[in-house]
Structure formats: structure tokens, C-alpha cells
Design a protein around this ligand. Structure first.
Ligand SMILES: O=C(O)c1ccccc1NCC(=O)[C@H](O)[C@H](O)COP(=O)(O)O
Length: 205
């Protein structure tokens, strides 16, 4: 079966229209991280998220969230909370929401190995470039040669685009591929780029 696609960093009604037409598996909204050009206040992300078709997973993506913010995200109705940066484990006690833990690959793979050991509520590990949403790949060959343990779903992210996603799938056999920069135009997401990316994924399993 083909890898699913997550289109991340949605910010406009136009982006939502593309997603509802092209139907990736998941749609991501960056919240609580004003340093990002894709950041939205939670209330705005919630309004857009409610416009996303029912069958598409709605993912709130954030960095080092406090427990109270994780609770707000859950209450807003997102399906998944994707956590970059620090992970306060008390979130697991206070929230029931499915968590995807991001491992931003800088030098070591420690973050990946730690993420794989987390409790079952953490359903997936997102292998991402050094900087979230940075549009840059990491050293795939080096990383895949060091990954043995795989007890959760694997999501490949970081610098993917229509030209390299086939190789990424061949290298990691991920459950999902996650893209943001690679499907952007000058102003938000680009419909043609999303479509071409999704076609490549379908073609390459
Ligand atoms: O997109 C951001 O600016 C961002 C900021 C903080 C945390 C996560 C963020 N993005 C997450 C993603 O878009 C993806 O999970 C992933 O990093 C892929 O991004 P890209 O390399 O741009 O395709």
C-alpha cells in the first residue's frame, strides 16, 4: 500500500480548499510557535481545521508545548498533536489525544530512539530535518543504516518534494510522508505541487 501523505503548514482557506479536493491522509497546522512563518493562533487554526473534510486527519503541530496548551489543542478537536522540541510527559497523563513525536535529526539519533520507547499513546515518530519546516533533508543513508528499532509508525519529513519523495520512500518505507516547504509557492501552498507530490507517492508506493 502507498505511504500516506501529510501536507503541513496550512494557513489559508485556499490551502484548505486544495486539501479537500486532493485528499491527503493528514493536514497539519503549526500553532503556538510564533517564530514560524506558518504559525497560527490556535483559535484561527481551529476555524480552518473545522473546514477540513472528515476523512482527513487534523494535526496540530507545535514545539515544546505546556500541558495546558496540549489540553487546549485536544479540546479544540484536533485528531493528533505533533510535538517537536521538548516533550513534557505529563501531557500523557492529562490528554488522550494521539501524539506523533518529532525527532529533528541534528547530530545523533538519540531523539529517535527515545521517541520509539514512549508509551502507546505516541503512535508515530516523525523523522525530520534539523529545523522543523526548514525544507532541508537529513542524511538518509546514514540514518537508515542506524535505525534498527521500529515499534511505531514512521513518518518521513524534512525537505521532501516531488523530485526526491520516491527515493525517500524507497529508503525508509515510511507509513506517511510529510511535506510543507516542497509544496509551497510564493504565497501559501501550491495546488499543482501538492498534486504532483501526491502522484509521485502513489506511483512509488
Ligand atoms: O513549518 C514550520 O515552520 C514548523 C515550525 C515548528 C514546528 C514544526 C513546523 N513544521 C512541521 C512540518 O512542516 C513538517 O512536519 C516537517 O518539518 C516538514 O517540513 P518541510 O521540511 O518544510 O517539508
Amino acid at each position: 500500500m502507498s505511504a500516506g501523505v501529510k501536507i503541513c503548514g496550512l494557513t489559508t482557506k485556499q490551502d484548505i480548499a486544495y486539501i479537500n479536493e486532493l485528499k491527503p491522509k493528514a493536514a497539519g497546522f503549526v500553532v503556538g510557535y510564533p517564530k514560524s512563518k506558518r504559525n497560527l493562533p490556535l483559535s484561527e487554526a481551529e476555524l480552518l481545521m473545522k473546514e477540513v473534510d472528515q476523512e482527513i486527519l487534523k494535526v496540530a503541530v507545535t514545539v515544546s508545548p505546556e500541558v495546558a496548551f496540549a489540553m487546549e489543542i485536544e479540546e479544540a478537536g484536533f485528531d493528533v498533536l505533533q510535538i517537536h522540541g521538548e516533550f513534557d510527559k505529563r501531557i500523557l497523563d492529562e490528554c488522550k489525544i494521539t501524539i506523533w513525536r518529532a525527532a529533528n535529526i541534528k547530530e545523533s539519533l538519540d531523539a529517535y530512539h527515545e521517541a520509539m520507547k514512549l508509551p502507546k499513546q505516541v503512535k508515530a515518530v516523525v523523522l525530520d530535518g534539523a529545523n522543523a519546516g526548514g525544507g532541508k533533508t537529513f542524511d538518509w543513508e546514514q540514518v537508515v543504516s542506524e535505525i534498527k528499532e521500529r515499534t511505531k509508525l514512521l513518518i518521513l519529513a524534512g525537505g521532501l518534494n516531488r523530485d526526491n519523495v520516491a527515493q525517500g520512500i524507497k529508503t525508509f518505507h515510511p507509513d506517511l510522508v510529510d511535506v510543507s516547504s516542497g509544496v509551497e509557492g510564493t504565497c501559501g501552498k501550491d495546488r499543482e505541487k501538492i498534486q504532483e507530490f501526491m502522484t509521485e507517492v502513489t506511483r512509488n508506493g
